[in-house]
Design a binder for this molecule. Structure first.
Ligand code: TYD
Length: 222
């Protein structure tokens, strides 16, 4: 059976990832394809249990390495229970955050050892590298303003509460990943209207899906 495709969405707070994923999922489903929408931390029952521990800040006093291990544990469960089975049955999987969030939030702004982070990543994803990563790029000040407006009640989560300087470092770190892995990553300017962003997101996704379909057809014919 034809393998599916795995697309991840990354970026800072308030970049509009979930809106864009919903819009893209509707558009792809209209073409008759099986689409699975999921998110991290979470996406499987085991990982959702860990999500609560991470986002409530309950693990924060134990340090960034502890948090990185918990994100990796959640990711491993999510990959094996949800992502890999969906991709193997031919689905298009759209995931809100994945390994690049760990590289950026835990690795860069958590100051963890690159070798430790690489090992964790390898174990957590177990070969399930995204075929395409869409990075929604936005000025962090605007992103936090949007995240606060969306939430309404002023109760920021564990990660939204950090200083603006940290959010700027994260933006740069996502752009560094895109520069280092241009084959996998596409950066999209998220300051524009949602429908303009959606058009670019769809273009990047369809390009990847077509390329992937051509490759699997060629491999099948060979
Ligand atoms: P979430 O409420 O899902 O927000 P967002 O809309 O920003 O995705 O919160 C997820 C938070 O967890 C977000 O601040 C980023 C953080 N995170 C990490 O620090 N490391 C990770 O590996 C992942 C997946 C998320």
């Amino acid at each position: 059976m034809k393998r599916g495709i795995f697309i991840t969405f990354e970026g800072g707070e308030g970049a509009g990832k979930s809106t864009q994923i919903r819009t893209l999922a509707v558009a792809i489903r209209e073409t008759g394809r099986d689409v699975v929408v999921t998110r991290e931390p979470g996406g499987s029952p085991g990982a959702e249990a860990v999500r609560h521990v991470l986002l409530s800040g309950a693990a924060e006093p134990f340090g960034p390495a502890m948090e990185a291990l918990l994100f990796a544990a959640a990711r491993s469960d999510h990959v094996e229970q949800v992502i890999r089975p969906a991709v193997e049955r031919g689905a298009i999987v759209l995931c809100d955050r994945f390994l690049d969030s760990s590289r950026v939030y835990q690795g860069v702004t958590g100051n963890l050892e690159p070798a430790f982070m690489r090992t964790l990543e390898k174990v957590a994803i177990n070969g399930m590298m995204p075929d395409l990563t869409i990075i929604l790029d936005l000025d962090p000040e605007e992103g936090l303003r949007r995240a606060t407006a969306r939430r309404g009640d002023g109760s920021a989560d564990r990660y939204e509460k950090e200083t603006l300087e940290i959010h700027w470092q994260r933006r740069e770190a996502f752009l560094d990943i895109a520069r280092a892995e241009p084959e996998r990553c596409v950066v999209i300017d998220a300051t524009r209207l949602p429908e303009e962003v959606a058009a670019e997101v769809a273009e990047a996704a369809y390009r990847a899906i077509e390329r992937h379909d051509d490759e699997t057809t060629e491999a099948g014919a060979a």
